[in-house]
Write a protein that binds this ligand. Structure first.
Ligand SMILES: NC(=O)N[C@@H](O)C(=O)O
Ligand code: NI
Length: 170
């Protein structure tokens, strides 16, 4: 039987088992620059797996996939975190499963952001590659570079029938 996964609005609490939500809403800050700037300090941290690892900053220019999207695979980064910050303040989709040797389909959840939220997947969290809601969208990426494999992929069996709704009113 087909399982339709419907995105929930992203909140810090809902996303806590998978990582951090990077947003000003509901986040603490302190004043800097002689009172002209609010610093929302350490909303998340870059996680690195090895002493010589580096945190790097990239941009992903992502094309929209076709929804409802058949969920064929998830991936994880065993040696570091991965953060996605939307550069155009557009909503995007997130699909995650709880950490484990393989993603348990029963723990798969989907979220949709409000356009003013980024996320940082913690090390080893199963997730779908970036899911843009726009025909083309840009994301600032902060993740790990270093020796060793940092991307495990898991493909679900052919009889797995899960689809992700876009969550955007058509
Ligand atoms: N492969 C790659 O750099 N991108 C993925 O990790 C992703 O989460 O989009
Ligand atoms: Ni990734």
């Amino acid at each position: 039987m087909q399982r339709i996964i419907t995105p929930e609005p992203l909140t810090k609490a809902r996303f806590a088992p998978y990582g951090d939500v990077i947003e000003t809403e509901g986040s603490d800050f302190f004043m800097i620059n002689n009172g002209s700037t609010q610093r929302f300090h350490r909303l998340s941290e870059v996680m690195l797996g090895k002493p010589d690892d580096r945190a790097i900053i990239s941009i992903f220019r992502a094309q929209k996939l076709t929804y409802p999207l058949p969920i064929k695979m998830l991936e994880r980064h065993p040696l570091g975190s991965q953060a996605f910050i939307p550069l155009k303040q557009k909503p995007f989709l997130i699909l995650v499963a709880e950490p484990g040797d393989q993603p348990d389909p029963e723990t798969i959840r989907a979220f949709i952001t409000n356009g003013h939220q980024g996320i940082n997947y913690h090390t080893g969290v199963w997730h779908h590659p970036v899911l843009s809601c726009e025909a083309e969208d840009d994301f600032l990426i902060v993740d790990r570079e270093g020796d060793g494999n940092n991307c495990d992929e898991h493909y679900f069996s052919d009889d797995s029938d899960m689809v992700l709704e876009s969550g955007i009113p058509s």
